[in-house]
Design a protein around this ligand. Structure first.
Ligand code: 6GU
Length: 264
């Protein structure tokens, strides 16, 4: 089965499990955001990705590897708890499969969240959510390989960013740069990325954004600053710190998402 047929089959299975014809919005929760899922409320139906066609086996990490069907603020949402990263080695199709599945299930708005390193400690603090206004794709991959040109002038919807700022006026905006990982950057790479105009650094999101734009969805991207990048603080980086920042901010992130969905 080709990648799009697999996504269609996964969407069909989700429709059947949830007994609904269509969904309004997809939310992809990055590692820092999975603890926020419960703050979105319920009642919810959880489906293991291992029971859906085309999903890569989840990397062991908390309660990742599930898709939650839940109504939030009157919107039917598909919430992906965790994602597949390019560095896991399953390829680009596996990385964008949740987005393809959501599009096949009728979604027209995609909220992509991630845990990111902050490159501007002057005005970013650990635990801050930041709206992604643009990206730099340094992953070395692209889901449109083999296809043709796509405009990305406003990949992250200005309308949705305005809605998010109405929900939380303290939100700032930043440019998200994605590297392939899985190593964190060296201090020299961080200096390079600051020079390139990046404000946030991570290993996800950009390929999903490209695929969602291909499908015509509007995208809201939100990074949770979980650490200050290498060389900009005295702290060495470790993944546990990234997850802990997410846990500490779960309530705030969950209510931010619920308030944004109410405005869609
Ligand atoms: Cl500092 N770098 C990358 N590539 N990804 C991250 C990160 C840093 N912090 C959270 N995710």
């Amino acid at each position: 089965m080709n990648a799009f047929a697999l996504a269609g089959a996964a969407a069909e299975e989700l429709r059947a499990r949830a007994s609904v014809d269509s969904f309004d919005v997809a939310i992809v929760l990055g590692s820092g955001w999975v603890p926020a899922a419960d703050a979105l409320g319920g009642p919810a139906v959880d489906v293991l990705v291992t029971e859906l066609p085309g999903f890569a086996p989840p990397a062991a990490e908390g309660h990742a590897g599930r898709v939650r069907v839940v109504e939030v603020s009157g919107r039917r949402a598909l919430v992906f708890l965790g994602r597949t990263h390019l560095y896991e080695g399953h390829g680009v199709d596996a990385v964008v499969h949740p987005v393809r599945t959501a599009l096949a299930a009728g979604v027209t708005t995609v909220v992509l969240t991630n845990a990111a390193g902050g490159l501007r400690p002057e005005h970013q603090q650990v635990g801050d959510p930041v709206l992604i206004c643009d990206h730099v794709n340094l992953s070395g991959a692209n889901p449109l390989t083999g296809a043709r040109f796509l405009d990305l002038t406003e990949a992250y919807s200005g309308r949705l960013r305005t809605l998010a700022k109405e929900a939380d006026p303290t939100l700032s905006e930043g440019v998200y740069a994605a590297l392939r990982g899985p190593t964190y950057e060296t201090p020299a790479e961080i200096r390079m990325l600051r020079t390139l105009g990046a404000d946030l650094i991570g290993m996800s999101t950009v390929l999903e954004t490209i695929e969602a734009r291909r499908g015509g969805a509007d995208i809201l991207g939100i990074s949770l600053v979980t650490n200050i990048a290498a060389g900009l603080s005295d702290e060495p980086l470790d993944h546990e710190e990234v997850l802990a920042a997410g846990r500490a901010s779960a309530g705030r992130m969950g209510s931010l998402l619920a308030r944004v969905l109410a405005k869609l």
